[in-house]
Design a protein around this ligand. Structure first.
Ligand SMILES: [Zn+2]
Length: 256
């Protein structure tokens, strides 16, 4: 995820949405279920484009487990190392975070039981991905193959990095001839179910059984730098329990 600074928060400077709002929402309840094989056909490689280390598990741990279980080829493109999740005054310096956070992703993927995955780190600057959107698009163009199924953060997700990743992925996927599927992440926190931009008609629900749900929860616990309050500054955790609640569900939502 990564925190939003005062400059980047902008229109998303709204009260957070409680998970109960989503749980009780009739539109979310009506979203049709989808099979992983419908999202990614058996002969297609899955490419996950994650803005920050943790988005891959927050957004699509269940899908990753199911694809890995069926022997799918998976490429994870880590756009940034998430080095700016903490304030400049924090003992979590950007240098430290650029090592810690990718290691947390590796640990989380292990917790999911996923070993057959290739990770490519683009190392674009965290919180400034939008300034490098064209570079990211070119980079994706170099890595994507025709027929890949590309998963990226939703281009209206409410976080500038997530939106830039969504737009660059959309353009690169279109140019190469790949299917693009978008994943809402910040949406669950900053938007409400009534938000006019949520593309409910494109939404599909991937169910997670109890074992997968437990493994996703265990994987999320690996992102310790994001889960614990920053004692060096007194700042709250990036992913406090009320945010994590959106990702402890027994389903994931994809915009196809
Ligand atoms: Zn993120």
């Amino acid at each position: 995820m990564a925190t939003l600074t005062e400059e980047t928060r902008g229109e998303t400077d709204l009260p957070a949405t409680d998970e109960a709002r989503w749980r009780d929402d009739p539109q979310l309840a009506k979203v049709p279920q989808v099979h992983p094989e419908t999202l990614v056909s058996p002969d297609s490689r899955a490419v996950i484009v994650a803005p920050h280390p943790d988005d891959e598990v927050l957004g699509c741990a269940g899908l990753l487990m199911q694809l890995a279980g069926s022997g799918h080829e998976i490429l994870l493109i880590a756009v940034s190392d998430g080095e700016h999740s903490h304030s400049n005054e924090s003992a979590f310096s950007s240098d430290l975070l650029s090592h810690v956070r990718p290691a947390e992703t590796s640990e989380a993927l292990t917790a999911l039981g996923i070993s057959n995955i290739t990770i490519m780190r683009a190392q674009l600057p965290d919180s400034r991905v939008g300034e490098h959107q064209r570079k990211l698009q070119d980079l994706l163009g170099a890595y994507l193959q025709r027929g890949d199924t590309v998963f990226a953060s939703w281009h209206r997700d409410g976080h500038p990095d997530h939106e830039a990743v969504g737009l660059a992925s959309r353009d690169a996927a279109r140019a190469i001839g790949c299917r693009l599927i978008e994943i809402p992440i910040w949406m669950w926190h900053w938007r409400t179910p009534e938000h006019h931009e949520i593309p409910w008609q494109r939404a599909r629900k991937l169910m997670l059984g109890p074992d997968m749900r437990a493994r996703k929860k265990a994987a999320l616990e690996c992102y310790r730098s994001q889960l614990e309050p920053d004692h060096s500054t007194g700042n709250a955790a990036i992913l406090p329990p009320e945010v994590l609640a959106h990702f402890h569900r027994d389903f994931e939502i994809y915009f196809v």
